[in-house]
Design a protein around this ligand. Sequence first.
Ligand code: COA
Length: 329
Amino acid sequence: MKRPFAQLVGTGHYTPSKILDNAYFEKIFDTSDEWIRERSGIRERRIAEKHETLAYMGTASCRQVLDDAGLTPLDVDGIVVGTASPDRFLPSTACDIQAELGAHNAAAFDVAAACSGFLYAISAAEGMIASGTARNVLVIGGDRLSTIADYTDRTTSVLFGDGAGATLVQPAENGERGVLATYLKTDGRLGELLCRPGGGGNHPPDEQLLKDRTYFIRMAGREVFKNAVRSMADACDQALQQAGMSGEDVDLLIPHQANIRIIEATAKHAKIPMDKVFVNVDRYGNTSAGSIPIALDEAVRDGVIKPGSLVLLVAFGGGFTWASVLVRW
Ligand code: COA
């Protein structure tokens, strides 16, 4: 089938109002605002209050998308959520969003691809459109990493924040606007570099789990960094190659917001100047699957993305997973 057969229509996002700045971590760890900013680019991150569940943040994002698209919840026939921190293991967060939104006609499921989750979810939605299974698929990316970050570990907790964003995937209309390329890639051999060792079927909750803190995220930062730079470069190349385009054609690069140094290396590789790269990692930290849809919504609402803009979305995350989506807006 010739592309584009799906387009993205409408955007929305939700981030909690509670801010945790670097000064907070100076009080609890041997760290400094300077170290965190220089090594990661992060100044502050948002932290969810109890009522701000992932479903709450996702539902708020979806309401904005439906407003933009002029649709009601009953028009939605698919809901796909990319997340690594679902509110509960059963049912999926997508089911909770379906119920909260009142989207009773939608099939709903989660996709687990860590920080690449939003792009994997877009690809799943594109497949539903192409197969004729659905015509209006809400795609949400979001995480509440504060619930699985280890606040006794200075090497990981300073990086993470909470938030969600969404878009709607519909059949393409005029053959120009829409998803021009998607690329998904995985290397499960790198799984141990970024994982939560306990809490699942292999190590169900017990006292030991709390003592050894294996419920929380563990990360080999330096190794993750190296693989991130490599995989983000590959993801840029593959999407552009599929579409027969180059970095010079791109109006806006939206990379996963994990670390400003990874973002800069990605832009350099793709030959996209930093003034065409959307950056908000300084304000939100790494919100995992939330990072790209939050940035996408901010870029649309700020007028950085206009009708006709060529937008390259690129992500990497635990798994290892990486992905890219090239869209004509
Ligand atoms: N404050 C102060 N010092 C810290 C620190 C902190 N918050 N965290 C780590 N350090 C120390 C380390 O202990 C280490 O000390 P040592 O040399 O005495 O052992 C030193 O800083 C350098 O650590 P290193 O891990 O080499 O730093 P880095 O330059 O690689 O930066 C990260 C660390 C985590 C910021 C960086 O590796 C990174 O961003 N990795 C990718 C993480 C990521 O993107 N994860 C999400 C994937 S979706």
